[in-house]
Design a protein around this ligand. Structure first.
Ligand code: FES
Ligand SMILES: [Fe+2]
Length: 348
């Protein structure tokens, strides 16, 4: 038996040590960076640019040269200096410590004072690379050579293939960056259940039909479907779609480990949950708008209010997790299937 019982009616939630222990955090980060991770939008990446990104806790650089997108280690192969701290427009990457130079695809090009060094340069002097995949303009990377991207994204792809991504444009007005004093998993836990909506989000509760809120569990994802109340914006679905005939106000996808794709009739809101150690989390929002007329309405309307309400909860739970009087809880089988699934994926 694993840490989380597969039967939700018997299961206990993730032990509090998972949210506060440094060693467990490091183990989870290995699992995190081994999965496919969303690292940026193709539309925002400029030729000749190097952008620092993280795969879990591993510093990487997202680069584009000659139209080719690469995700390479941001750690110098000489003595581990971080190569780039901020976004740079460059032809090559030069280490600020002793001048080792790499191409934007990670190949070592030059190193001062190394002419007498035997077998130099060797392939181990190049910057290690992650695998990169692009899906509808979203860039993903993984350090795990086994899992195919097609397999990773399959469930989302099949359900959302009616969306015309080419019609969505990045709207910088919707960019947000939030820094939280809380473990990243608390943010994901909270996202994965609509149980708290009537208690925490009174405004949102009035525009979605809470009694008709559905959670579906997939291999490495959880889908929550929000149904529209009478008269609210909803998706126009093709007749062959499994949800044809239903009034759907939102598709909320969480994809392991830290990506949330929230589809609304006006477009797509992307949230990325970036762990920064055990106790801090950065949440980044991007917005892609298809229909400006519907923007700001319905379930995807007042996102800032909903976000603040959630952050207050998540930070307070982080304090609660430190209490010696709390170890773990139980799940509601009707409302917390998604949280149960996430905990199972983390501990399997
Ligand atoms: S650490 Fe990069 S050149 Fe020395
Ligand atoms: Fe919430």
């Amino acid at each position: 038996m694993g840490v989380i019982h597969p039967d939700i009616t018997k299961a206990q939630t993730l032990p509090s040590t998972y949210y506060r222990d440094e060693n467990i955090h490091l183990k989870l980060m290995r699992k995190f960076s081994g999965s496919w991770n969303f690292i940026g939008l193709e539309a925002a990446l400029v030729e000749g640019e190097a952008i620092p990104v993280l795969l879990g806790d591993i510093p990487m650089l997202l680069t584009k040269q000659g139209g080719i997108i690469n995700c390479i280690s941001n750690v110098c192969t000489h003595r581990a200096m971080i190569l780039c701290d901020g976004i740079k427009k460059v032809n090559s990457i030069t280490c600020p410590y002793h001048g080792r130079t790499f191409s934007l695809c990670g190949k070592i090009k030059h190193m001062p004072e190394f002419s007498e060094v035997e077998n130099f340069p060797a392939p181990s002097d190049d910057l290690p690379k992650a695998k990169v995949a692009i899906w509808n303009g979203l860039i993903f990377a993984s350090l795990n050579l086994k899992e195919s991207f097609e397999n990773y994204i399959l469930d989302v792809e099949q359900r959302m293939n009616f969306i015309d991504f080419s019609n969505l444009t990045k709207d910088d007005k919707l960019n947000r960056e939030h820094n939280l004093f809380a473990n990243w998993m608390l943010y994901v836990d909270n996202y994965l259940e609509g149980f708290h909506i009537p208690y925490v989000h009174k405004g949102l509760n009035s525009v979605i039909d809470y009694s008709n809120y559905k959670t579906e569990v997939y291999r490495n994802a959880v889908l929550q479907v929000g149904y529209a109340s009478k008269g609210d914006d909803c998706f126009t679905l093709p007749p062959e779609h499994p949800d044809f005939g239903s009034n759907i106000a939102a598709y909320y996808w969480w994809i392991f480990p830290n990506l949330m794709l929230n589809f609304y009739p006006w477009g797509l809101s992307i949230n990325v949950v970036m762990p920064n150690g055990v106790n801090e989390t950065k949440v980044i929002y991007y917005g892609m708008v298809g229909d400006q007329n519907k923007s700001g309405r319905g379930a995807g309307g007042d996102l800032d209010t909903v976000e603040h309400e959630d952050q207050w909860i998540v930070e307070a739970c982080n304090r609660g997790m430190k209490s010696v009087l709390y170890q773990r809880g139980r799940y509601s089988p009707s409302m917390e299937k998604g949280v149960h699934h996430f905990h199972r994926l983390l501990t399997e």
